[in-house]
Design a protein around this ligand. Structure first.
Ligand code: SF4
Length: 336
């Protein structure tokens, strides 16, 4: 066992130095702020999707000072299209806490990090190990997969997660923790794939208890997703669109969307339009598929409306300053 731990903890940093993904944008100019933003973006999203969003975000907000005055809408606008918008809301809340309780300096202690919105044990561990080079374990999806295979732990078994945290803690070395943490993430992402792990190229293949085994991962993927139908009404006039801020705690929370026809004040808001067009869309989310019908109402000019719903006429030229769901933004982008 000890021999294996030493192997595992030493092999991974060595492998990282020659085979790791050193070119990723958040691995340059390392700072706690940049590690935090990248780790939040990487929760539930693949690296290749995150890269352009990270670059855009960092261009606008390169550090804590620059983000300190940002509104929630500005942060959500940069998140448009990345999905799981709760993460952007948590970035807003966290930077507000850092400003008010930490004099706008990034917290340095694990115990402080883990109390911040959106930062769980693994994200706090990643910030501690990558930004501060301190030996804290992580357990993201890639690391879970590598360690569970390495020790042949069935993820369905009771206490599997507890065992994996304990192993992750044991394997995290006291030296070279920066290289180790990034290395184990990279090994999971580039070699120990969910389907068809590339065991012949894996530096752990001599001691891994699952090396060259066949993995049946189809069972979990057969789960059927639910479909939700949504009917929107989108008022349009002179390149401006009437949008409403979604305040319910569900997908797209806090984003700007067209009028949802399930709200109660349709007749008070919409007058007879000059022209009507209907657009149907299918938009899959991770847990649910959306079938969306958008009725687009054209008017000669924008009008005031009588409603308690938070709303705004937004000109097309300013649409990128607001957080909009990807399919809604796509409709507006193509609408002339
Ligand atoms: S040997 Fe194969 S199963 Fe084991 S960690 Fe490496 S890639 Fe994964």
């Amino acid at each position: 066992m000890k021999q294996n731990n030493e192997n595992f903890s030493q092999i991974i940093p060595q492998w990282y130095l020659t085979q790791g993904r050193n070119g990723l944008p958040w691995r340059k100019k390392i700072s706690p702020y940049r590690v935090w933003i990248s780790e939040i973006m990487l929760q539930q999203t693949q690296v290749k999707t995150v890269i352009p969003f990270f670059n855009k975000f960092i261009k606008k907000f390169p550090n804590l000072k620059s983000i300190s005055k940002a509104s929630e809408d500005e942060i959500l606008a940069l998140w448009s299209g990345l999905g799981f918008y709760r993460r952007a809301k948590n970035i807003y809340k966290t930077k507000e806490i850092i400003k008010s309780e930490f004099k706008n300096r990034f917290p340095k202690k694990f115990e402080e990090l883990i109390l911040l919105p959106g930062i769980g044990r693994s994200t706090a561990g990643a910030i501690m190990s990558i930004a501060y080079n301190k030996p804290y374990p992580i357990l993201d999806a890639n690391v879970k997969r590598v360690i569970s295979r390495y020790k042949n732990i069935n993820l369905e078994q009771k206490d599997a997660i507890k065992s994996l945290w304990s192993l992750s803690d044991i394997y995290t070395p006291s030296e070279n923790v920066f290289e180790y943490t990034q290395g184990i993430m990279d090994l999971g992402a580039t070699i120990c794939h969910l389907r068809s792990p590339m065991c012949s190229e894996c530096p752990l293949n001599l001691s891994c208890e699952s090396a060259f085994k066949e993995f049946d991962v189809n069972k979990r993927n057969k789960r059927q997703k639910l479909t939700k139908r949504i009917n929107f009404t989108l008022a349009h006039s002179n390149q401006s669109f009437l949008l409403f801020k979604k305040n319910e705690q569900s997908f797209w929370e806090s984003l700007w969307i067209p009028y949802d026809n399930q709200y109660q004040d349709f007749d008070r808001i919409f007058k007879e339009p000059r022209k009507t067009k209907i657009q149907n869309l299918f938009h899959p989310l991770s847990h649910i598929d959306l079938e969306i019908t958008v009725k687009i109402f054209d008017y000669d000019k924008p009008f005031n409306i009588d409603t308690n719903l938070e709303h705004q006429w937004i000109n097309k030229s300013q649409i990128n300053d607001f957080g909009l769901p990807k399919p809604i933004k796509a409709i507006i982008d193509t609408y002339v």
